[in-house]
Design a binder for this molecule. Structure first.
Ligand SMILES: Cc1ncc(COP(=O)(O)O)c(C=O)c1O
Length: 473
């Protein structure tokens, strides 16, 4: 246990843009083929056409499989698990140390400034809702329509300016600058932006957007749900005010997330949740009411018993990724991205969705539509006939996917037959995503499956059940 308790993560100092450049310099022999192993690689699934095949998990952008290392760390800690913070027993103290050390590990992973706070939440959605709950009065929020709903929707009563989808990173910066320059009156403002799109995988110009925000007196929160699993994220280098991410996308699927960054707005606001843990002192008043003194540390927004295992698993993932080194991970992922993109480019019926174009740096998240195919039908066939798990839909980024598909999509019929004639717009898209631990065989099988399905059609019959395509049994 002591090794786990005392483990330290090296600072990840490069931002996403410089990570791309570093990746260019990594010689092929330095790319480790299997940098980090994940659970589930031995799982086989039945095919409708008969037999079994190893499951190809290509839905990392939704939830990545657990790292073996995370699983091992959690299993090693589990017997020592105890209540944290005020428990007097040995295991409570050990667990408290481990919980607070996890905060330090996450701060190091994110290259936080000394005054930043790391708050443990349930997820990115929870983190952004927490930030929304502590906005100062009159705060204006600026968010691109291209964001995930977790970034688009939590802002409640704040005045929100939704920015149109930019077609280049430079246009994103110019659009933001124009909007911020036009704002009236000049009070507190927050920009919320993703680091890597959960639809196109494209990287956003975070540092430049942060500079634009700060030049206009605004703050910026980085939604790193899709960036942090693939690239180092440095609060300092990117000069963002907050970062949010989820454990389950960072190979640590135990129900925790993170909001890290500036303490002032967090500590000036009422606690996100009122209750034990957030309160330092509670006393009855003479008039019969109750006076509360709230913590001014991260605990202020962590009321209730924390998810110790979830938090520890995130710290374990941060250590594992840092020790494995992002350079090798990025370089390996670029090879997989190239394979998938080249494979899809060889199928004329496939259209890959992109905002910033073919040359944009990206993570292993690729969405596409297939002429003549209902995306749900296509995804169902990939699963039932090839054992490949992808996702179809609008990926909780409805405005972005609709923009990329070309406006409001046409309704589609049953999935037993192609609903959209070639060239017609598709209702949904298909998303394939991967990362650490993805073997070449999974992406090779995926590319072969796409080619075969487009050329020969599905081998099985499918029907619509509650809006989704399922194989006819
Ligand atoms: C870019 C982005 N932001 C936020 C979220 C929300 O993450 P969670 O569901 O873990 O709260 C997601 C989830 O897919 C995402 O891709």
């Amino acid at each position: 246990m002591s090794a786990s308790l005392n483990a330290t993560a090296e600072h990840a100092t490069a931002d996403h843009a410089s990570a791309e450049r570093v990746a260019d310099r990594v010689p092929a022999e330095a790319v480790c083929a299997e940098p980090l192993s994940v659970l589930g690689r031995d799982v086989t699934v039945p095919l409708v056409t008969g037999g079994e095949v190893a499951y190809a998990a290509l839905d990392y952008a939704a939830s990545a499989p657990a790292l073996q290392r995370v699983w091992d760390d959690v299993a090693a800690y589990a017997p020592y698990y105890g209540s944290v913070h005020r428990g007097a027993g040995y295991l409570s103290q050990l667990s408290t140390d481990l919980f607070e050390q996890s905060r330090v590990t996450v701060a190091e992973f994110l290259d936080c400034r000394p005054s930043d706070q790391v708050i443990f939440t349930r997820s990115t959605t929870d983190s952004l809702n927490l930030l929304a709950a502590v906005l100062p009065a009159g705060c204006q929020v600026f968010v691109f329509e291209t964001e995930h709903h977790a970034s688009l929707l939590p802002w409640g009563d704040a005045r929100v300016t939704y920015l149109d989808a930019p077609r280049t990173p430079d246009e994103a910066v110019a659009t933001l600058e124009l909007a911020l320059a036009a704002r009236e009156p000049y009070g507190p403002a927050l920009v919320c932006v993703t680091g890597a799109s959960n639809v196109t995988g494209e990287l956003w110009p975070v540092r430049e957007l942060a500079a634009a925000a700060h030049a206009h007196g605004a703050r910026i929160v980085l939604d790193a749900a899709q960036l942090a699993p693939h690239h180092p994220v440095s609060l300092r280098e990117l000069d963002v005010d907050w970062v949010a991410f989820s454990g389950h996308k960072l190979y640590a699927p135990f129900g925790s997330g993170v909001l890290a960054g500036r303490a002032d707005w967090l500590q000036e606001a009422e606690p996100y949740l009122a209750g034990g843990g957030a309160s330092r002192k509670v006393a009855r008043r003479e008039d019969g009411g109750v006076d509360v003194e709230w913590h001014t540390t991260a605990a202020r927004h962590e009321a209730g018993s924390p998810n110790v295992i979830g938090v520890y698993s995130i710290a374990s993932a941060c250590r594992a990724l840092t020790e494995a080194g992002f350079e090798g991970l990025v370089a390996r992922e670029r090879q997989l991205i190239a394979k998938v993109r080249e494979g899809l480019a060889g199928v004329p019926e496939v259209r890959v969705l992109s905002l910033f174009g073919d040359d944009a740096p990206r993570v292993g998240v690729i969405s596409f539509v297939v002429d003549g195919w209902n995306s749900s039908h296509f995804a169902a066939a990939l699963s039932a006939e090839y054992g490949i798990g992808v996702r179809d839909g609008l990926f909780c980024a409805h405005p972005l996917v609709r923009t990329l598909l070309g406006g409001e999509p046409q309704a589609q019929g049953e999935c037993g037959a192609p609903e959209a004639a070639p060239g017609e717009r598709s209702l949904n898209a298909i998303r394939v995503s991967f990362g650490a631990g993805t073997p070449d065989e999974h992406v090779d099988r995926f590319v072969r499956a796409v080619r075969e399905l487009v050329a020969d059609g599905a081998k099985w019959r499918y029907r619509t059940e509650e809006g989704r395509c399922v194989p006819v049994s």
